[in-house]
Design a protein around this ligand. Structure first.
Ligand SMILES: Nc1ncnc2c1ncn2[C@@H]1O[C@H](COP(=O)(O)OP(=O)(O)O)[C@@H](O)[C@H]1O
Ligand SMILES: O=C(O)[C@H]1O[C@H](OP(=O)(O)O)[C@H](O)[C@@H](O)[C@@H]1O
Ligand SMILES: [Mg+2]
Length: 357
């Protein structure tokens, strides 16, 4: 966090990679995710007379060169930017504090944001904006010590649910905790504690990984809505496949600890294959499937980082294979980069609020 003399508060929240087990987090499963240092969103809170939420000059564009410009912009980026996310977290934060007897002073603020997370690419650009905003609110109202770390991902998710975005908790957990986290969302635990069972893991257990993405925004809410409904309807195939995806995180945790790279690679591939069977190629989109295939063609293991748009790749054969991958991505027109994992970022006040380690 940075605070200056005028009381301005700024927080960053990083993108995240759903490494194993996603999207079973949306379905009482398990995941392993980590905080991705390559991209982040930042939110700035400035004390002020009135309360205002400032639109981002690019992401919340409302002025256009022409009608065709407006139409093509909607075509590529959809109707929404980050303003609705900031408003939603303000509302959820306020209501949570009210319901839990947490007093909020009556000062006002201006809230603005920026982000370099490629838009709607399954790198959790949406919750990064919400997470950074929540951090600003915790500090502005000086209530960080009163809101447990484990509960914060719920608040971030609630803000998005409020907007009709179907999503799970894994992004938000990785963004609140930083580092590498194993998460179990089984119903029994969730019902008993109101949040998942989150275990921090050493980031050094991860092998070198690579990120591929393409400019093809996909809406996680839309991608998930049909499968979510089929799951709620009790469709056996979806339920058993999701259970298998959740098991991948469990087995992946052991594979990471044992440094069993062969196992890790096969789990990543299986994870994607199961997603493909459940969601179908139409929902996943050609470009996304091609990214996974480009990686597989050089013998690498790959899967989506989120609901689509970006792919995480593991090259078990090392740097020579990574070079082949880089060349293949260049030819296919995909962005390729080595992944930078962010270490955990909980401070002492945060850690004191936690009931688990
Ligand atoms: N880069 C961005 N800038 C502004 N708003 C964004 C950005 N990315 C996502 N959003 C907002 O979050 C919503 C949900 O995005 P989502 O499909 O979850 O993408 P992501 O995979 O990045 O989380 C979008 O409809 C939009 O309102
Ligand atoms: O489908 C997934 O793997 C994830 O989809 C969403 O993330 P996004 O970055 O918006 O694509 C969702 O929020 C996650 O909980 C899912 O695991
Ligand atoms: Mg999202």
């Amino acid at each position: 966090m940075a605070t200056d003399k005028g009381g301005v508060i700024e927080h960053r929240a990083y993108a995240r990679v759903g490494f194993l087990g996603n999207p079973s987090d949306v379905y009482n499963g398990r995941t392993i995710s980590f905080s991705l240092g390559n991209f982040w969103a930042s939110v700035r809170l400035e004390p002020s007379e009135n309360l205002s939420i400032l639109p981002h000059p690019v992401h919340d564009l409302v002025q256009f060169d022409s009608l065709p410009h407006l139409v093509s912009r909607l075509q590529s980026d959809g109707y929404y930017g980050g303003v609705r996310l900031l408003m939603a977290i303000c509302r959820i934060f306020h209501n949570y504090c009210k319901d839990n007897g947490i007093h909020l002073h009556d000062g006002n603020f201006k809230l603005s944001y920026d982000t370099n997370i490629p838009r709607q690419t399954g790198l959790s650009g949406s919750s990064a904006i919400v997470c950074a905003a929540l951090s600003c609110l915790l500090d502005f109202y000086q209530v960080r010590h009163l809101i447990k770390v484990e509960v914060r991902p719920n608040l971030i998710l609630e803000a998005e649910k409020e907007l009709g975005i179907v999503a799970g908790l894994q992004d938000r957990v990785a963004q609140v905790y930083g580092g590498l986290v194993y998460m179990d969302f089984n119903k029994k635990y969730m019902d008993a504690f109101g949040h998942g069972d989150y275990r921090r893991m050493d980031i050094d257990l991860l092998p070198p990984l690579y990120l591929i993405y393409a400019e093809n925004p996909s809406d996680s809410g839309k991608v998930h809505s049909t499968v979510r409904q089929r799951w709620l309807n009790g469709e056996k195939f979806i339920i058993s496949s999701m259970e298998e995806v959740a098991k991948i995180a469990l087995e992946g945790r052991a594979a990471l600890i044992e440094k069993d790279n062969e196992k890790l690679a096969s789990l990543m591939n299986r994870n994607f294959d199961l997603r493909r069977q459940m969601f179908g190629d139409d929902a996943l989109g050609d470009v996304n499937i091609e990214m996974v295939e480009v990686a597989r063609q050089v013998g690498a293991a790959s899967k989506f980082t989120g609901s689509g748009g970006a792919v995480v790749v593991f090259c078990p054969q090392g740097p020579s294979q990574a070079k082949l991958l880089e060349d293949a991505c260049k030819t296919a027109g995909f962005v390729f980069m080595p992944i930078k994992v962010m270490p955990p970022f909980l401070n002492e006040i945060d850690l004191k609020t936690m009931s688990t380690t």
